[in-house]
Design a protein around this ligand. Structure first.
Ligand code: 16G
Length: 250
């Protein structure tokens, strides 16, 4: 990172110095002078460059981290998190997260939270039309585009369709397709929600931030449910876009 950016910070003005430093850092992130993924200099170094105390730097960084503009990675340092331009997600096409990211030129990846086979709950039995003692594969992951967390996703798939969830490394739909399983239709229910502190931390947004919650049930050609997935999309990034046709009855 070019140190010059920080040397040029003008910290004159009113109010506490940490707030002025915070505003300059936020401004540099907003203008693109500090790009997404860039590492800030270590606290001590940054304090020296801008001519303030380490306590001041720490406080400015802590607030920007809470607000989601910076991210602290244990042992690695502090990184700039700059949301990309908003993502428009069409509602009429049955696509996977991997396809959605690739179509936008973003690199899809996942951070795994859970991957295993479990006894199905009553809700899973009902939603996936399973027998009483059925097992299901559960996949929980943070979905990222160009290393920026976009969504948290919890998927349940009948275990007779996916017996080894570890087989899913990147795309669930690719693994299903390799097994000759094709999803041809899906139902979605979209609701608004507020993220818990834990969910917000995973998505690097402030606790209590709003999100779009989508529940998808996907079916094969015979109408058998293949997946039940809950996805929490960051609403500061995602727009869900529908294409409507005049019904001719106005
Ligand atoms: C999307 C789907 C989700 C599906 C996942 C598969 C929505 C709301 N959800 O996130 O149901 O499980 O894609 O993605 O679109 P993958 O093949 O990249 O794992």
């Amino acid at each position: 990172m070019r140190v010059q950016i920080f040397e040029d910070f003008d910290l004159s003005g009113d109010g506490p110095i940490y707030r002025r430093l915070k505003a300059r850092l936020a401004g540099a992130i907003g203008s693109g002078a500090l790009v997404h993924g860039a590492a800030l200099p270590p606290e001590r170094e940054l304090a020296q460059i801008v001519g303030v105390s380490r306590v001041t730097v720490r406080r400015a960084i802590a607030e920007l981290t809470t607000e989601g503009l910076l991210q602290r990675r244990h042992g690695a340092g502090t990184f700039v998190m700059r949301p990309p331009a908003r993502i428009e997600q069409p509602l009429q096409r049955l696509t996977s997260f991997t396809q959605d990211m690739q179509a936008r030129g973003l690199k899809p990846s996942s951070l795994w939270l859970e991957r295993g086979v479990h006894a199905a709950t009553a809700e899973e039995i009902e939603g996936l039309k399973l027998g009483e003692n059925a097992s299901v594969a559960r996949l929980s992951r943070i979905r990222l585009g160009d290393d920026l967390p976009m969504a948290i996703e919890h998927s349940t798939i009948p275990a007779d369709i996916l017996d080894r969830p570890e087989a899913v490394e990147s795309s669930l739909y690719s693994v299903l397709a390799e097994r000759g399983v094709t999803m041809v239709r899906a139902e979605e229910r979209i609701t608004a929600c507020l993220l818990s502190a834990e969910q917000a931390a995973l998505l690097t947004v402030p606790a209590g931030a709003p999100a779009l919650h989508i529940r998808r049930t996907g079916f094969d050609a015979g109408g058998r449910p293949l997946e039940m997935t809950r996805t929490y999309y960051r609403s500061d990034i995602y727009d869900l876009v529908a294409d409507l046709t005049y019904a001719g009855d106005l």
